[in-house]
Write a protein that binds this ligand. Sequence first.
Ligand code: COA
Length: 326
Amino acid sequence: MNRAKIISIGHYTPKKILTNTDLEKMVDTNDEWITQRTGIKERHIARIDEMPSDMGYEAAKEALEKANINPEDIDIILCGTVSGDYITPATACLIQAKLGAKNAFAFDISAACSGFIYGLSIAEKFILADNTKTVLVVATEKISNITNWEDRATCVLFGDGAGAAILKSSNDNSGIVASYLKTDGDLYDYIMLPGGGSKNPASLETVKNKQHYLTMKGNEVFKYAVTKMIESVEKVLVHSNWTKDDVNMIFPHQANIRIIDSIRKKINFDKDRVFININKYGNTSAATIPIAVSEALQSNKIKAGDKIVLVSFGSGFTWGALSLIW
Ligand code: COA
């Protein structure tokens, strides 16, 4: 059976680390609160001159090197981001230029934290339609630029980073098995960046009112994230004809350790089959899952033939899950 398969994956995180202790000097918070309520100990913050396209380029370069593929061989570049270099052009276009992937067409996916899973699913459709295609899916975020560093309820949660995957057709049973993608636009204002778009174009007023930063109804988001990520795992298992016992490793979006623990307990998964690295990076939005998968491969936590599930939730609301045989 032909499937779309991730043949390599890379990631990049900026050098600068911002610890909870550093944050104690910036807002009224403390390491104990952040650790207990979120599981985050530190996050990486991009340099002022380091853009999402630069981080995405680094992650993509690593994935290309691992797969031994030339940039000219890429047909399609998809980039999940909500913090791109510009509103237009797409960050995917900038990554195309930086890589010299001159035969590719490129566009961004605005699905917030679900951007990587949505991107993999779109890539799969291109590959199933034409099994000669090579697709690069990047997720890159500089959330530090859209964070209100005076708001303790949000600034402790996020970080910067990027991940990138290369997909090709496979006929050895490995690859994407099933996906389940959902959106509820009625809840668009639960996590949003109110200023800078057509609704509230940039003005002195929008700057004064801090409308160029992420706002969030944290408690409501928490409840929805738990419910919808559980729903996604259950649905994708049914679509894959798998039981939870078939799954070797699940990669949940890294937004809050308590969200991950609630899901794990509800679906009754052992701790060692749920990948967690939120302590080191915080929530890097679309980039959390590719960074996690890349790290899991580096530390031999997944191997060929393993059954894995990726599951996400984000602004929109967008959510979903993907099952793969590695
Ligand atoms: N440090 C110390 N205290 C803080 C704080 C911080 N960084 N942020 C909030 N608080 C305070 C609140 O002001 C509140 O104080 P009060 O009781 O005196 O009013 C108290 O802590 C509890 O706040 P609450 O918002 O109820 O905390 P919580 O346990 O719900 O945790 C979040 C807040 C944001 C960590 C949690 O709601 C969350 O993770 N939500 C989901 C966010 C998310 O994942 N978003 C992205 C999805 S992709």
